[in-house]
Design a protein around this ligand. Structure first.
Ligand SMILES: [Zn+2]
Ligand SMILES: [Zn+2]
Length: 349
């Protein structure tokens, strides 16, 4: 690789935290990848642990994706540009960046239509067979590496990925000024969706959960918390124009749909229940719109702006940091401590 800019001083090997089987993560020494033409080598500084990482760790699979060979987890990542391949113009070594972790084929019908999140051939970090970011260095095409201003912390740069999920959900649901939005589930994605909905102009944002600590955090972030332990969202008197379903809970989903106003919109984001009973007369009589949301497309510039301008606070979600050797502890943090919201792995530690 003679044309790689900034390649001096880059080590030849790196540590990677590898999932070798169910509940089995170990450090491995691997070669540092070289950026090809149009690619960027990034030194990873922060990686958010996602529910999907935990699910792969605990079960070795997620939906139709099965871990059949050793896999590096982690897809919420930020870092610093270490070197750039030939032809890279927008980035230089040393720049702080956030990574969009899915690289679509860019030639299929869905890609050409701009819906590249639906590309059947997308190579997505930490989705078998593609390795993720629990490692010291990764390589990505230039178009999927975004410079961030210094007002965006390393943790926040990593968490622009889940924020992108929230931005995409708001776009899918048509959240706009004056909207009343119900978010079900105050996990990291729910807390992010609630903040994104406010940033998109929603006049009212409720968030439901049974975990008092998460509801307290939701209130701190500007949403109206609804404890649904003894009282349903309907019993709380909610009437919403948009439902952002982030709980993945079948009963919560059915119950929440019944709070929608006429011509309301339902966006299904949470994963969990495969089958959910639908109140059809309610959906038909009110002409509700119902859609799924799968990852995101073209969201990074918006996500960066929402954080840089202070309208979304991602740092408030972070409840712990772990070094690369402690990746397993990071993956089990939520199990050990109910106060866990979002933990970060720092691969340079
Ligand atoms: Zn995630
Ligand atoms: Zn494609």
């Amino acid at each position: 690789m003679t044309s790689v800019a900034g390649s001096r001083g880059i080590p030849t090997t790196m540590r990677a935290s590898v999932l070798r089987g169910v509940a089995d993560v170990e450090l491995e020494e691997r070669p540092v990848p070289a950026p090809g033409s149009g690619e960027v080598l990034v030194r990873v500084t922060a990686v958010g642990v996602c529910g999907s990482d935990v699910h792969y760790y605990e079960h070795g699979r997620l939906g139709q994706f099965v871990v059949e060979s050793p896999l590096v987890l982690g897809h919420e990542a930020g870092g610093r540009v270490e070197a750039v391949g030939a032809g890279v113009r927008s980035l230089v070594p040393g720049q702080r960046v956030s990574l969009e972790p899915g690289v679509p084929c860019r030639t299929c019908l869905q890609c050409l239509a701009g819906r590249y999140n639906l590309c059947p051939d997308i190579a997505f970090f930490a989705t078998p067979p593609y390795d993720g970011a629990f490692t010291e260095f990764v390589v990505l095409p230039e178009a999927f590496v975004f410079a961030v201003p210094d007002s965006v912390s390393d943790d926040a740069a990593a968490l622009l990925e889940p924020l992108s999920v929230g931005v995409w959900a708001c776009r899918r649901g048509g959240v706009a000024p004056g909207c009343r939005v119900l978010v079900t589930g105050a996990g990291p994605i729910g807390l992010i969706c609630a903040q994104a909905a406010r940033a998109y102009g929603a006049s009212q944002v409720w968030i439901s959960d049974v975990n008092p600590r998460r509801l307290a955090l939701a209130a701190q972030l500007g949403a109206v918390p609804l404890d649904v332990t003894h009282r349903s969202v309907r019993e709380w008197g909610v009437e919403a124009d948009v439902l952002l379903e982030c709980s993945g809970n079948s009963r919560a989903t059915t119950e929440a749909i019944r709070t929608l106003a006429r011509a309301g919109r339902v966006v299904l984001i949470g994963m969990g229940a495969d089958e959910v009973p639908m109140p059809l007369p309610y959906i038909q009589g009110r002409e509700l719109w119902l859609t799924g949301a799968f990852r995101y497309a073209n969201t990074w510039p918006t996500a960066i702006d929402l954080v840089a301008s202070g309208r979304v606070d991602l740092d408030a979600l972070v409840t712990g940091h772990f070094g690369l050797a402690d990746t397993e502890k990071a993956l089990t943090a939520a199990k050990r401590d109910a106060g866990t919201v979002k933990v970060i792995v720092q691969p340079q530690r």
